[in-house]
Design a protein around this ligand. Structure first.
Ligand code: IPM
Ligand code: MN
Length: 356
């Protein structure tokens, strides 16, 4: 019998509510596909920090490292200053476990409204692979003469040959498996960031020779923002560095119907990986039953794929697509026509009604 151990961090705001719906779907799909699992809940996030001053104790980090998968709700609390939870919890997990890939599928499900005129599900279906451990996010930098009129602040953009290569290699392999388009677009700013992005460019050219079946393309990040809106159908797999990836994946999320349906995976192919809805903790919706759990359910789908439960992942995706096509009025919080928990139930029902 296949058995999995999953760490669950509900986190802040609406995080625990959406994760709860995801876990309902996990229970249903495990029954259908005959695997077993156990979950271990971790109390981490803004509330714990405000209560105890702890963000992520080393002992908890070590424990998390014993799981293959972490299922995360959201991080961010209105009473905690910016950076403490983001750096201390979310980014710390990404870095310590070397989750060097942030995988964000951009797919318009049937029945979901996109703000892009005359584009439908056949046009909006690509994947963004964001480098997840380097660049401006590495946290190098500092202040000189802080608080004086001649203050200096630096924030360093650092890339390593090894970090760039492992990300690009993952992207080439991913693109090769994804479908028959086999088109990989590198998104950077080589015309301005002439050192860090030159490294990326050279490694990309080198790897491209190893993957002659993959068509390679390059966009500057500003042009990518324009084309993604104008011609989303051009894209198959995009690979980009950390900061640009953060920005373009929010833009892309809107094309697919918003944060209510956008999910991401933080992947270390050999280690502990983490799966999360892309929306934040949405404090104003906490406890109202208005938040859309589909993003968290699609994060579960990414987790099942990572665990090798491909059929279970397909089932979850089909059930979500059924619900978007036939049930929800809108993907926006409070406008779905159902509560958070009812949407979870609809996905479970759709899954249980699947014939095969
Ligand atoms: C994301 C988020 C995080 C990031 C924040 C919360 C640190 O915006 O996952 O995209 O910038 O990576
Ligand atoms: Mn972001």
């Amino acid at each position: 019998m296949r058995h999995y151990r999953i760490a669950v961090i509900g986190g802040d705001g609406t995080g625990p509510e959406v994760v709860h719906e995801g876990l309902k779907v996990l229970a249903a799909v495990a029954r259908r596909e005959d695997f077993t699992y156990e979950t271990v809940q971790y109390d981490l996030g803004g509330e714990r920090y405000l209560r105890t001053g702890e963000v992520l104790p080393d002992s908890v980090l070590r424990e998390l490292g014993q799981f293959k998968a972490i299922y995360l709700g959201a991080v961010g609390h209105p009473d905690v200053p910016p950076g403490i939870l983001e750096r201390g919890l979310l980014l710390r997990i990404r870095f310590e476990f070397q989750q060097y890939i942030n995988l964000r599928p951009v797919k318009l499900y049937p029945g979901v409204e996109t703000p892009i005129k005359n584009k439908g599900p056949e046009d909006i279906d690509f994947v963004i692979i964001r480098e997840n451990t380097e660049g401006l996010y590495c946290g190098a930098g500092g202040f000189l003469h802080k608080g004086t009129p001649y203050e200096v602040a630096t924030q360093e953009l650092i890339n390593t040959r090894q970090g760039v290569e492992r990300c690009l290699r993952y992207a080439f392999e991913f693109c090769r498996q994804r479908n028959d388009q086999k088109k990989l677009t590198l998104v950077l700013k080589t015309n301005v960031l002439t050192y860090a992005h030159d490294l990326w460019w050279r490694v990309f050219q080198e790897l491209a020779r190893e993957y002659p079946d993959i068509k390679t393309d390059y966009n500057h990040v500003d042009a990518c923002c324009m084309w993604m809106v104008k011609n989303p159908e051009w894209y198959d797999t995009i690979v980009t560095e950390n900061m640009f990836g953060d920005i373009i994946t929010d833009l892309a999320a809107i094309l697919q119907g918003g944060l209510g349906v956008a999910a991401g995976a933080n992947i270390n192919p050999q280690g502990t990986s983490m799966f999360e809805p892309m929306g934040g903790s949405a404090p104003k919706y906490t406890g109202t039953g208005k938040i859309n759990p589909l993003a968290a359910i699609l994060a579960l789908k990414l987790m099942l794929e990572f665990l090798g439960e491909t059929r279970a992942a397909q089932r979850v995706e089909q059930a979500v697509a059924y619900v978007t096509a036939h049930k929800l009025k809108s993907m926006a919080a409070g406008q779905m026509g159902y509560t958070t928990s009812e949407v979870g139930d609809l996905v479970v029902q759709a899954l249980e009604a699947q014939r095969e």
